[in-house]
Write a protein that binds this ligand. Structure first.
Ligand code: PHE
Length: 369
């Protein structure tokens, strides 16, 4: 429709731009939502101090989905229809981003996921998602990273898998890892499953123990993974565990209490990276919040920055114009790396492998795409 003078100012939030953040602010993955929110708010504060975007200040409206896909859909709908969000940021977890994506598309409100890595979030088979973007790599790459690390660095040939069957991310990553690991000559000697929130993993671990693998791949989220590691040690299993970005939380170490020493996981970034971009970000985040930013915080910051960058270059603040602008993101210098969105709306970036020593993550390797 032709823009009337009223329509041109129609952003119902008035002179403000609303960033709608959907995150797990409570529940078993509460650090995901909390860190992401802190990263987003840091980027937005910086921008507001510089005058905002197109003369408007940005407000962040955060809704808690409690770690549930259904709630993520409800939250996204509310942000779009009631809070008139200009853009949606989130979710971290792929299953929750998958629940939000159709809402972004049908309302023509662009959505940027900071860290959802399952391929289907932006493209499901032939179905592309015009309004959905992410600023991270995807799991075919992440699975390859750990398959190679296991083969080349850890020199293991027999691996067991323990996956969360109710989690799109976990199932996908387990499959991508297995495929690559087998291509490299490795064997999957056992493939077991659990459901997020389970407390007792001894049956699966006992089955795995019987196959005596050299390592166990557990692509789940931190609360479950930490419990799994403790129960494995209780059963006398000494194998290293391996996993993906879902391990990244300060709570992992609190719950594992050392049971993950000698284990490895892939991630988006490490605060140990000496590059000035990362060190400047780490100090400013520490000054603001008193803690070291994890990958969620860093990618939350980058997702908000990519959104701001697109808003600045968009020809107006309508969904379709902002969408077009996000699609043009090329060579954007994020903290987590340079962000260029490909034809499927994914960023192509390197990964790091972290090893756990003395109940703390230590940089082990960088793997380029
Ligand atoms: N990549 C995970 C997913 O898609 C989410 C995640 C990212 C968790 C980064 C922790 C750190 O579900």
């Amino acid at each position: 429709p032709a823009a009337t003078p009223q329509a041109a100012q129609a952003a119902p939030a008035g002179d403000k731009i609303v960033f709608g953040h959907v995150g797990s602010m409570s529940g078993n993955e509460a650090t995901f939502g909390d860190s992401t929110d802190k990263g987003i708010k840091l980027a937005v504060d910086e921008q507001n101090k510089k005058g905002g975007v197109k003369g408007k200040q940005i407000v962040v409206k955060t809704l808690d989905d409690q770690g549930k896909p259904e709630e993520a859909a409800v939250a996204a709908t509310r942000l779009v229809t009631q809070d008139h969000a200009t853009i949606l940021l989130g979710e971290v977890a792929s299953s929750r981003s998958l629940a939000m994506a159709p809402i972004a598309d049908s309302n023509q409100v662009p959505m940027i996921s900071p860290t959802s890595t399952n391929p289907k979030v932006t493209k499901d088979g032939d179905k592309t998602r015009p309004y959905v973007f992410r600023v991270c790599f995807i799991d075919p790459f992440q699975g390859t990273v750990m398959a190679k690390f296991a083969t080349e660095n850890l020199k293991v040939k027999n691996v067991a898998i323990l996956r969360d069957v109710g989690n799109d991310y976990s199932v996908g990553l387990a499959d991508f890892f297995a495929k690559k690991f087998q291509e490299l000559g490795g064997k999957i000697v056992s493939d077991q499953s659990y459901k997020a929130g389970d407390q007792d993993f001894k049956a699966q671990l006992t089955a795995i123990k019987g196959k005596n693998p050299q390592a166990i791949y557990v692509p789940g989220y931190y609360t479950d993974v930490a419990l799994i590691s403790r129960q494995a040690r209780e059963l006398g299993m000494k194998q290293p565990l391996m996993g993906g970005d879902g391990w990244d939380s300060s709570k992992l170490y609190e719950i594992a209490k050392g049971a993950l020493d000698g284990s490895y996981f892939s991630n988006h970034y490490t605060p140990e990276d000496p590059s000035p971009v990362i060190q400047e970000f780490v100090s400013k985040y520490k000054a603001a919040y008193g803690s070291v930013p994890d990958a969620l915080a860093t990618l939350g910051y980058d997702a908000a920055k990519v959104a701001i960058n697109a808003l600045e270059s968009a020809k107006d603040l309508t969904g379709p114009s902002i969408r077009d602008a996000i699609e043009q993101t090329k060579g954007f210098k994020g903290v987590s790396g340079v962000i260029t969105l490909d034809a499927d709306h994914n960023a192509v970036k390197s990964a790091v492998v972290l090893g756990i020593e003395k109940n703390n993550a230590k940089y082990a390797a960088t793997v380029n795409p």
